[in-house]
Design a protein around this ligand. Sequence first.
Ligand code: S3P
Length: 176
Amino acid sequence: MNRNIALIGFMGSGKSTVGQRLARRLGRDFVEVDRLIEKHSGKTIPEIFRDSGEAGFRDLEEASIEEVCRTAQDAVIALGGGAVLRPANVERLKASATLVYLETATDVLQDRLAQSRKRPLLDRPDRGRFIEELHQARRSLYEAAADITVLTGRRPFAAVISDIIEKLGINESCNR
Ligand code: S3P
């Protein structure tokens, strides 16, 4: 059995796209924690924030991460950008997965997130400056949690995925 591969990083760093393609290339299942939260609650992420606030969302997120870490095997898991905020999440993830940090420059994140309508934390007039501050505040959490770090943003997803496979030392012929 292989360990799970968990993708962490800021909103807009490409966790969903990279995760989906990485899983397909390795013939593994793909699990996106935000989609699991939506499935369990029957609400979208913006609806959860509206009804229960960020704290309510974080509780649902912790419960879904606990479930994924208990049940997923050989999977690629994409986390939400705030999953590293609770030490309990990081502990659980580290016990069941290799953590891959998708590192992205702040200006790339600002460009990618400029039009996003599905991220309640960014619903504010000073979005660009807020992204800069939040990215700065969270960067050390991603770095501390990561087993490996891969640069994303200014290069094709295929290069990012090859980089992850190489850094993880995965022999693809054994994964098909
Ligand atoms: C969040 C990131 C989002 C989602 C929620 C909170 C965050 O996921 O979990 O809106 O705190 O950074 P993505 O990183 O997939 O956008």
